[in-house]
Design a protein around this ligand. Sequence first.
Ligand code: 6PG
Length: 250
Amino acid sequence: MEDRKPSIRIFDDLAALSRAAASLFMETAARAISQRGRFLVALSGGSTPVGLYELLAQAPYRQQMDWEQVHVFWGDERCVPVEDAENNYRQARDTLLSRVPIRAQNIHRIRSELEPAAAAEDYARVLKRFAGAALDWPRFDLVLLGMGEDGHTASLFPGSAVQLSTPTLGVTAHYQDRPANRVTLTPLVLNAARRIIFMVSGAGKAQTIANVLYGEYQPERLPAQRIRPTAGELIWMLDSPAAAGLGSTL
Ligand code: 6PG
């Protein structure tokens, strides 16, 4: 399948980006629930999506969402205790999940208290429960991703081979000054999604975004380039500072 061009949407600032992301999140959820009776979403860690999570926990989104049919997963997790400030599940719990009527059994966190390989194998079993026929992983209705200034996404870091625990889950050793080993979904799973949204904010990422979108394809150096949905849609949601490097290419 030839690659569909990604959609690039630019917003004045992170607040405007978050509002637009909330609308898109709701639209994606409503369509999934209407067509398949459930909404499978993989959340991202990092600071960028916090504004989105807080919006979804407020009116009108909180009331509009059919939370009974929502299943929340994570694209990656740091291998730290749940209550650690670096834990992605904890961040989503405190900014969103504890504020909405989602069922506890619909929250599928990566069990970061386990040894990384054990956490990955455990999560692979969770994914299998939601998998389509003949697959070991679900086709997520929505995957939220961020991107680091070094071009990493989820826990797919430049130059660091992901030790594949299973085709669906990888473990990466702690990277640079980051706090811990990580468990990450692999591009195999991420790219199966119906819709992938990158949310990227800040001038510090402008050159990297230009390189990822319009530079040479070198995924070892720019792992965000590995994100190419096989049959889904890829949307980049950028604030103006992050889009500054795109210039006339738009
Ligand atoms: C994580 C995320 C990671 C994040 C980027 C961007 O676990 O931290 O998966 O890929 O999205 O590092 O982080 P910021 O949004 O904080 O810039």
